[in-house]
Write a new protein. Structure first.
Lengths: 190, 190
DNA sequence: CAGCATGGTGTACGAACGTACACTTTGCAA
DNA sequence: TTGCAAAGTGTACGTTCGTACACCATGCTG
């Protein structure tokens, strides 16, 4: 018989996605269809493999591997390479995209002025609050009290904002330029 | 005295960040420095406010509000709207993008054949394994042993694949069409 | 000032939990 | 084919958990 652990783990991951909680051994048992002691042994294997941790009182919590998603590279038909190869240390998408949670906000995109940078209407941007971003980065600026997503450029007359859509003009600030933060990531649901 | 709940909650969030687990009432009590019954009352308030949920056996798990990240809408200068307005139930980016963890894989994008759909070289796609996706969706297909991201279309001669880049031709399968899964989300780091 | 909701403490108890031990079954390797 | 490790079952046990009830202190409101 093939190894059933991936199937068991899948059940556990789906349960966790729903409840944000690793259930008790008894619940795991009925969840995957084995006895309670079978669940104990299964969890022992998962702990050994780095999918599950034990907290105070023996309560179970997910470990790093629990969130690791199978990653399928661009390579032809090679299904097996683990996510860590490309994503590096990061395991959850959150951790990959958000490096400094306390200074990070989400911004939803309106309009298509940055469409050539792959930022579409309805996308979410991960924005790190930082009023002095580097030249050339995509920034969230405040122009006339409105949020604007643009490239931050430097010209002979100082800083200005450049859209990534040839239908839109550059924005040259009349007085000063209010930068809200720097765009460090983006995500979207289809 | 001011309301100490935010302070308590902060302790709880720090603990959760470390252990990915809401501790028991007894542990909460020592964590925030009250009696066990004080912890019970505190958690009751958190449940009422939508920060905590109760799972099977009365075990505690984080609810929506527990993860709430500041979200800045497209609205002019309105900083305050909570993430739930736009993101719906999901709070973490992972949970927003990945609905079925066990059948979801990540695929990294090579090439620019889907650039008009906002899918660029180097992006990550969230792909739900599903060999029978709906017409019109973006799918991961296997063509000549290679992964290809394309729109799934239906024509008079059956299914075919359409890129989102006018420099690329449609792909009409000679025999059958191997569909790996459906693209449900996308993310990228800048 | 009386009333009452709020936040907190102490004690008690049954149920559920994690753990341990003995045993069975299966598959692979010597 | 014998041996052994892995995977699973059944039963039992002490501990911890969540829950309930009674009670106290504080602060706001009619």
């Amino acid at each position: 018989m093939v190894n059933k652990d991936p199937f068991y783990l899948g059940r556990l991951q789906d349960y966790y996605a729903l409840h944000r909680l690793i259930p008790s051994y008894a619940e795991i048992a009925s969840l995957v269809g084995v006895s309670k002691q079978g669940a104990v042994k299964f969890i022992d294997r998962m702990i050994f493999a780095g999918y599950i941790r034990k907290g105070a009182g023996g309560r179970l919590s997910p470990a790093n591997m629990f969130f690791a998603r199978p990653h399928v590279g661009g390579a032809p038909a090679g299904f097996a390479s683990p996510a860590t190869e490309v994503l590096g240390d990061a395991i959850t998408i959150d951790e990959y995209l958000v490096e400094r949670p306390s200074s990070t906000v989400l911004v939803s995109v309106r309009g298509d002025s940055m469409i050539d940078a792959g930022i579409h209407d309805g996308d979410f941007l991960i924005v790190e609050r930082n009023t002095n971003p580097n030249i050339g980065k995509i920034v969230v600026a405040i122009v006339d009290g409105d949020f604007t997503i643009k490239y931050l450029r430097s010209g002979s007359d100082g800083l200005f904002l450049e859209p990534a859509n040839e239908d839109y003009p550059n924005i040259y600030p009349e007085t000063s330029l209010d930068i809200y933060g720097e765009v460090v990531g983006q995500f979207r649901k289809f």
